[in-house]
Write a protein that binds this ligand. Structure first.
Ligand code: SAM
Length: 193
């Protein structure tokens, strides 16, 4: 059986959260991760979905409509994910999902950039609750692997007493994408470095 990277990320999120927190889709794209989160959202749960490409919002809303998803608990935010912290008030993040790369069909006009991705990850980690998780689907074929290499370097410097970090990749498959899972095991107020 072959699992796609997004299916691996979905497996992690569905096992580790109960749908009643604040969920961040840091890269809305065509809306598949937001749909996945919305289908598991509890009464108290909410989703903030970020993207910089205008077409991401049209496509995602169409997808949610097709699946008859009530959008009242979903906030669509057309802004770069590096600004995540400015949309969060006192609440902490339960789970954040990143799916790096570009919006299919956008001619690669809107694509994630290593420096911005790391700023967004910094904002997420600073606002992650204890037990909170982050998944990142990262493509080695994108940007000659530069974004993935920068991400791995960043993650190597995260305090492993406060965060558990694993990487899932297919053995023996050339340019296999990576799925990173970060779990905050330390207290909410503890910093990640
Ligand atoms: C691989 S796609 C995401 C796929 C999406 N998760 C889905 O389920 O369809 C990557 C997305 O990241 C978006 N993106 C690129 N840079 C961004 C940024 N700085 N802030 C927010 N989104 C960004 C792109 O516009 C694109 O839609």
């Amino acid at each position: 059986m072959n699992l796609s990277v997004t299916e691996v990320a979905h497996l992690y999120v569905s096992h580790l959260t109960d749908g009643n927190g604040l969920y961040i889709d840091a890269t809305l794209g065509n809306g598949y991760d937001t749909l996945f989160l919305a289908q598991r959202l509890g009464e108290k749960g909410k989703i903030f979905a970020f993207d910089i490409a205008p077409q991401a919002f049209l496509k995602s809303k169409e997808l949610l409509e097709k699946h008859q998803i009530n959008r009242t608990n979903i906030t669509f935010i057309r802004d770069s994910h590096e600004n995540i912290a400015s949309y969060i008030k006192e609440e902490m993040i339960t789970a954040a999902m990143f799916n790096l790369g570009y919006l299919p069909g956008s001619g690669q006009k809107y694509k994630t950039e290593a420096a911005v991705t790391l700023q967004a990850l910094d904002a997420v980690l600073c606002n992650l609750q204890q037990g909170g998780i982050v998944t990142i689907c990262s493509y080695v074929g994108h940007d000659n692997g530069e974004e993935d290499a920068a991400l791995q370097q960043f993650l190597l410097n995260v305090n492993n007493k406060r965060y558990e970090i694993t990487k899932t990749t297919a053995i023996g498959r050339k340019l296999s994408p990576n799925v990173y899972l970060i779990i905050k095991t330390g207290r909410t107020d503890e910093k990640y470095v």
